[in-house]
Design a protein around this ligand. Structure first.
Ligand SMILES: [Zn+2]
Length: 582
């Protein structure tokens, strides 16, 4: 017949104050109180779950009531009737209440009422109110007077994981004990002890991992051990990782390595591998955060190995990596990773976010795969500063080569369009050509600003407001030579504007002198010329050439769906989306 298995956390619950793990000061203080018979009417036990609050309450109850002694004793026998019934939680005079389900003032009034009756079996009646922060304010207030002056031989032990939510008046009437998280080392030793007693086969590193991941709570660690002890092969590290959803440290360090080596391919492969083996993106992120934390400690040359999240087996690897990167780099990684936590938690595509953000941590400048584009970007930036130098060259070219003049006017025409340049990452020659053209274009930008100013000046000399209005909307200055200027006209308005040639000429002469001649050209012709001329060079990656307020941005229709990937790619290159080609 199958017997009921007693869970480890019950079976190995501390039996007296000496067994209480990780709470030495509390243990010492309570022992002293028992020995000197100075029992407080109310105690407040605060601390994270699984740190021994309820166990301590029961030990205290046994120490007060053990039938083996006539007085309170810190070493209860754990064998007498009372000790046994208290251990099992069935003693009549030891009343355990879960405040979470008894929050109301009526519940507390009932307790107060019953507290007036003398204990039936025990010497002391002990009320243990668990999660006491859940009591309503009215209930807490009702309790106040009783815990301050309880009936003879009645004590209250209030326990809470949220002491800040316990009203101050209650706190001030209790002796407060803060239960600390238990160190991983102490939990580990206790787990080894249990495993040996239970004849469980285990890998040392597996129990260390359980201890570390229990967040200082003994009960969680014991439960995990209990569950893992069912495995026929014994407790291995990999099974612990699987059970707690832990991401393999080996794989995580692989990810970190690809970041250090600036290897996007390896990075994405590692990501996929982790994801495919069942790890959630958020767990991968958490693992990375923990490792970067350890790396930060390492870069500070810390020798406190026991505070590392990463297992001892990987400390040499941490050591190696920490020598390859700067502290600033690690801090920046950590900061960036922390920032995407929310995105990953709330996104429908957490994997995508993780991959994109991890890729963005790569040092673009030295990444081989995207080096060329980043170089081009740099070149474009350079061309800004070298603009003047190129400008001279551009002017020369313009003078010598009539085709350049053509390009120039076309570029001027282009001003209503977004200056979006596509660059080939494969063909260096095209890149160079592009950069040259870009510089020429840039020169023309400056000239176009200049032309705009001159055009405004000409318009201001027009006496008739209607002509001024017409020209400002349907014409523009395209070129200024020594003795002539070229004005571009909207096709539909050509005839009307041409009919006012004399008026325009007069205005022009006022500024540039008597010898200045006017030539008109059609805007439509210019547009078609631009289409013929292959100024733009195709590429996968587009870089927004430069922000220039003089050029109206081409807006993407809202209904046009911008792929998240595209958006991120644009962000990645510090650019913006100006157009999308299929
Ligand atoms: Zn006893």
């Amino acid at each position: 017949m199958a017997s009921i298995h007693i869970p480890f956390h019950q079976k190995y619950r501390p039996k007296n104050l000496n067994d209480l793990i990780g709470q030495e000061i509390i243990s010492l203080t309570l022992k002293q109180a028992l020995l000197t018979n100075r029992i407080a009417p109310a105690y407040l036990f605060c601390g994270p779950r699984g740190t021994g609050k309820t166990s301590s309450a029961r030990i205290l109850a046994k120490s007060l009531n053990c039938q083996k002694y006539n007085d309170p004793n810190p070493q209860p026998c754990n064998k007498c009737e009372l000790c046994k019934s208290i251990s099992e939680g069935i003693a009549l005079d030891i009343i355990e209440i879960d405040a979470a389900s008894n929050t109301g003032v009526e519940n507390i009034r009932e307790i107060i009422e019953k507290a007036r009756f003398a204990p039936t079996q025990a010497r002391w009646k002990v009320y243990v109110i668990d999660e006491c922060h859940m009591l309503s304010t009215a209930a807490s207030n009702a309790l106040l007077k009783t815990i301050e002056e309880p009936p003879a031989n009645v004590i209250f032990i209030l326990a809470t994981t949220n002491p800040e939510r316990v009203i101050k008046t209650i706190q001030s009437r209790c002796q407060k004990f803060d239960f600390k998280r238990i160190s991983a080392e102490k939990i580990y030793k206790h787990l080894v002890d249990i495993a040996n007693k239970e004849s469980i086969i285990f890998e040392d590193i597996a129990l260390q991992l359980i201890a570390k991941r229990s967040n200082g709570g003994m009960r969680d660690a014991q439960s995990l051990l209990d569950q893992l002890s069912l495995l026929p092969k014994g407790i291995e590290k990999s099974s612990v990782e699987e059970l707690i959803g832990e991401v393999s440290e080996n794989e995580l360090l692989g990810l970190i390595n690809s970041l250090v080596e600036n290897n996007p391919e390896q990075l994405l492969k590692s990501c996929s591998k982790l994801y495919d083996s069942g790890n959630e993106p958020i767990s991968i992120l958490e693992g990375l955060l923990n490792i970067t934390r350890d790396l930060l400690i390492k870069t500070n040359n810390s020798k406190y190995s026991e505070i590392f999240y990463t297992s001892k087996d990987f400390h040499h690897e941490l050591d190696r990596i920490s020598k390859l990167i700067s502290k600033t780099k690690v801090i920046s990684w950590h900061k960036n990773l922390k920032n995407i936590e929310y995105q990953i938690k709330t996104s429908n595509q957490p994997r995508l976010w993780l991959e994109i953000n991890l890729t963005s941590l790569l040092d673009i400048k030295s990444t081989t795969d995207i080096k060329k584009t980043s170089d081009i970007k740099l070149n474009l930036d350079c061309s800004k500063t070298q603009n003047d130098q190129f400008k001279e060259k551009g002017k020369e070219n313009n003078n010598l080569n009539p085709k350049n003049d053509e390009i120039k006017s076309k570029n001027n025409e282009n001003k209503s369009e977004e200056k979006n340049t596509e660059i080939s990452k494969d063909k260096n020659s095209i890149e160079l050509k592009k950069i040259e053209q870009d510089t020429n274009t840039r020169t023309k930008y400056d000239e176009s600003i200049n032309l705009k100013e001159k055009w405004s000046l000409i318009l201001s000399k027009l006496e008739l407001p209607s002509t001024r209005m017409l020209l400002s909307q349907q014409a523009e200055l395209l070129n200024i030579g020594k003795n002539s200027i070229e004005i571009g006209l909207s096709p539909n308005w050509e005839n009307m504007i041409k009919s006012r040639k004399l008026i325009i000429e007069n205005a022009v002469k006022k500024i540039f002198g008597e010898n200045m001649k006017i030539y008109f050209s059609s805007k439509q012709k210019i547009l078609s010329d631009i289409q013929k001329n292959n100024i733009q060079i195709r590429n996968d990656i587009k870089i927004n050439q430069k922000p220039n307020d003089n050029f109206k941005k081409k807006t993407i229709p809202k209904e046009q769906n911008i792929n998240e990937n595209t958006k991120n790619l644009a962000d990645f290159f510090n650019g913006e989306i100006v157009d999308i080609n299929d």
